[in-house]
Design a protein around this ligand. Structure first.
Ligand code: MN
Length: 713
């Protein structure tokens, strides 16, 4: 078991001036709170944080990071609280411990390969301090080395997670030794038989192979030197997992994998790369089909090298990579992209930049005297523009920062989006305005009654959601236009002898639509609804087709059109700065000439005239309101509806109609009923010239005996 001494000695070896009192204090505290806890191995629990801290010390981490390593399991497993850790060890330590605890709490239930990348990103995004990941990796490494005490089922589960998530993370962080160790440990638990066979095969020839590596290095260097090429030659054993991968890819047995050592030749120019290749092929026979020229054909991640496999001096197959120093730098620093490429992901450029920078920092750190200096600069948000959240099934989804439950809903399915009513985040109800945070568990609540609205476009951050919302709104507007177009046409044909439903059935309307170059009847109706085509034009064509004589069109719309024509000449309504507009009067407030009015620009349906005090207008989008004025005309009449409540008295109706007649108001319709409590309610529709005309009528009626109330409806 590692002792505190081993850790402090290690720290002082690379950082002689380090203040190790914090580490000592953390040791005492950790020992106290983990007191009595036992690892599955039978060792006291404290051995685990000690091992983790020791790994971090071997990685030359700073005092705070190692302190956090000693404390990393205290919040989750003991009575310790974050507040106490912060009070005793400072906010920096507390933040790291908190970060590690949060990552540990996450249940990565989805084992799908495609999820792995998002989970890795989520862990990175949750680690606003790089040390959080480093502690987590050290923790995982020690847990992997003691995995043997778990049940076989648990072993495989943890090994799988390590292989999918943590080993690639270690590689991405530039910690290759850890990546290789984690991978080899995973192989041991996931494929124990193969692991043992590879191990035996390697061990059998180890000494021999070491000599072999040295011999090859010397031979290549000497040969190239003879030809005036200055080269650096590196030779290494491949780790078990990479041998295993080769076996799997090429369907080989362990003793068939000969190229367990790899050589790298680094030269000064591209020309020398090809020259070196020639000399190597002259010495040793190349294996057919194994030469790859990634210099003239770089890999998608910019990787460049010549790869060849030759039969070496003692008949051993060996792989040789040849590249320039520049290519070597790209290959090393772009290594984050490298593993992504291998796993079939396409790397984002920004990610690559970020991680090559990170890697440089980590290398720089190895050569620094004072690690604190380095770590000061690495507290940052690794993914400032993204958030990662969970679905209830444990899948991780990526969104741009600022994304809302609407984006989440549309990422599941368009229908979920269209009926999204709200969301539960971590079990609590939130509004659609809620901005998702990394680590959130999001559950969408739908209702058949919920529908997208224009303001959703403001809330949605993803293109997918915005497109779907726009599509929905457009479709909705089109449907409204079709309904309206149909209604207009129906009213127009009423009394003209045509039966619209039959006309539609008979396909004559479709012929008319084609004649007017529309794709369908629906298109035609929509355009009538939008006010872009006159229904009279359509009816004219219908009549011709049916062999009916041109008749003076009648009906509601022709009256409206007639009125509009007159208005265009300067009568009725005037819209400032706009000519040739379709004008309708709002059904909610029935404005009359003389009243203060305002115009509302509808989508594709011209302008609706509202009373200035109308509730609809108060809630309307101010950008769509226009100033309009009455430009009155003697001939114009407008409909007004009055509800008159009176005591049920004989003759009252006659008196009311007499008032209207006297004031030249034409009664269009009247409806009268008596209530059970002997009240009379009369509904009149009258034609009036303007607001004042109506007011005059209302005031006169109010003065009649027995009248209780006169209202406009
Ligand atoms: Mn732990």
């Amino acid at each position: 078991m590692i002792r505190l001494n081993d850790i402090t000695r290690e720290i002082l070896s690379y950082h002689p001036k380090a203040d190790i009192t914090l580490v000592e204090k953390a040791y005492v505290y950790s020992a106290k709170v983990h007191q009595g806890q036992i690892r599955l191995s039978g060792e006291p629990y404290l051995s685990h944080p000690l091992e983790v801290a020791h790994i971090l010390a071997q990685m030359k981490m700073d005092v705070v990071c190692i302190t956090a390593g000693l404390l990393h399991d205290t919040i989750e497993d003991t009575v310790a609280t974050l507040e106490e850790i912060e009070r005793l060890f400072g906010s920096e330590t507390a933040r790291i411990v908190d970060g590690v605890t949060k990552i540990s709490k996450i249940q990565f239930s989805s084992r799908e390969q495609r999820q792995a990348e998002n989970i890795r990103k989520m862990i990175l995004a949750m680690s606003t301090d790089i040390r959080v990941i480093l502690v987590k990796l050290a923790d995982r490494l020690h847990n992997m080395t003691t995995l043997g005490y778990h049940t076989p089922e648990k072993q495989r589960l943890i090994a799988r997670e390590t292989l999918d998530i943590y080993a690639p993370l270690a590689g991405r962080m530039g910690i290759y030794w850890m990546k290789s160790r984690l991978e080899d440990l995973c192989l041991y638990y996931l494929e124990p038989a193969i692991y043992t066979r590879i191990k035996e095969e390697i061990a059998r020839k180890r000494g021999e192979r070491e000599r072999f590596i040295q011999e090859v290095k010397d031979t290549i260097s000497k040969k190239l030197q003879e030809h005036g090429i200055q080269a650096t030659v590196k030779g290494r054993h491949k780790h078990f997992y990479s041998i295993y991968k080769k076996m799997r890819e090429q369907n080989l047995e362990p003793n068939q994998v000969y190229d367990v050592v790899a050589f790298r030749v680094i030269v000064n120019s591209i020309k020398e790369c090809y020259e070196a290749l020639g000399h190597i092929h002259a010495m040793w026979k190349p294996v057919p089909g194994r030469f790859k020229d990634y210099i003239s054909m770089p890999k998608p991640n910019m990787y460049q090298s010549l790869h060849t496999t030759v039969v070496g001096p003692v008949g051993e197959i060996m792989e040789v990579q040849i590249r320039t120093w520049e290519m070597d730098t790209v290959a090393e620093q772009g290594i984050a992209a490298h593993w992504k490429y291998k796993e079939g992901f396409s790397a984002k450029e920004s990610d690559e930049k970020q991680f090559s920078w990170l890697r440089q920092l980590l290398e720089y750190h190895q050569s620094l005297k004072d690690p604190v200096e380095f770590l000061e600069s690495v507290r940052m948000d690794l993914f400032p523009n993204e958030v990662y959240v969970f679905t209830p099934k444990g899948e991780v989804k990526e969104f741009p920062k600022g994304a809302t439950p609407i984006d989440f809903a549309y990422s599941i399915h368009s229908e979920v989006g269209h009926h999204c009513m709200g969301a539960k985040v971590n079990g609590k109800m939130v509004s659609l305005k809620y901005q998702l945070k990394t680590g959130d568990m999001v559950e969408i609540i739908t209702s058949p009654k919920a529908h997208p609205s224009k303001d959703w476009l403001e809330l949605a951050k993803t293109a997918r959601a915005r497109n779907r919302i726009r599509q929905w709104i457009n479709k909705q507007e089109r449907e409204e236009s079709i309904t309206l177009g149909k209604a207009i046409l129906e009213r127009e044909v009423s009394g003209s002898g045509l039966n619209l439903p039959n006309v539609i059935k008979s396909e004559i309307l479709e012929e008319v639509a084609k004649e007017l170059s529309f794709h369908s009847v629906e298109d035609l109706l929509a355009q009538i609804g939008f006010g872009k085509i006159s229904p009279r034009q359509v009816i004219g064509r219908l009549r011709t087709k049916l062999g009916l004589k041109e008749e003076r069109a009648s009906g509601f719309v022709s009256k409206l059109v007639h009125k509009l024509k007159r208005r265009k000449e300067g009568k009725g309504i005037e819209v400032r700065g706009v000519g040739d507009m379709l004008v309708r009067f709002a059904n909610c407030c029935h404005p009359l000439p003389g009243e203060d009015v305002v115009g509302y620009i509808t989508r594709g349906r011209g302008i609706t005239v509202h009373n200035k005090g109308c509730k609809q207008i108060l809630n309307a989008d101010p950008d769509r309101l226009v100033d309009i004025t009455w430009s009155g005309s003697e001939e114009d009449v407008y409909l007004a509806k009055l509800r008159i409540t009176s005591l049920d008295r004989k003759g009252i109706l006659a008196e009311i109609s007499s008032i209207m007649a006297k004031r030249d108001a034409n009664i269009i319709q009247a409806e009268v009923k008596t209530t059970s409590d002997k009240k009379g309610i009369a509904l009149f529709t009258v034609e009036v010239k303007d607001y004042n005309h109506l007011q005059d009528i209302v005031e006169s009626i109010k003065r009649l005996k027995s009248i209780l109330m006169v209202e406009r409806v």
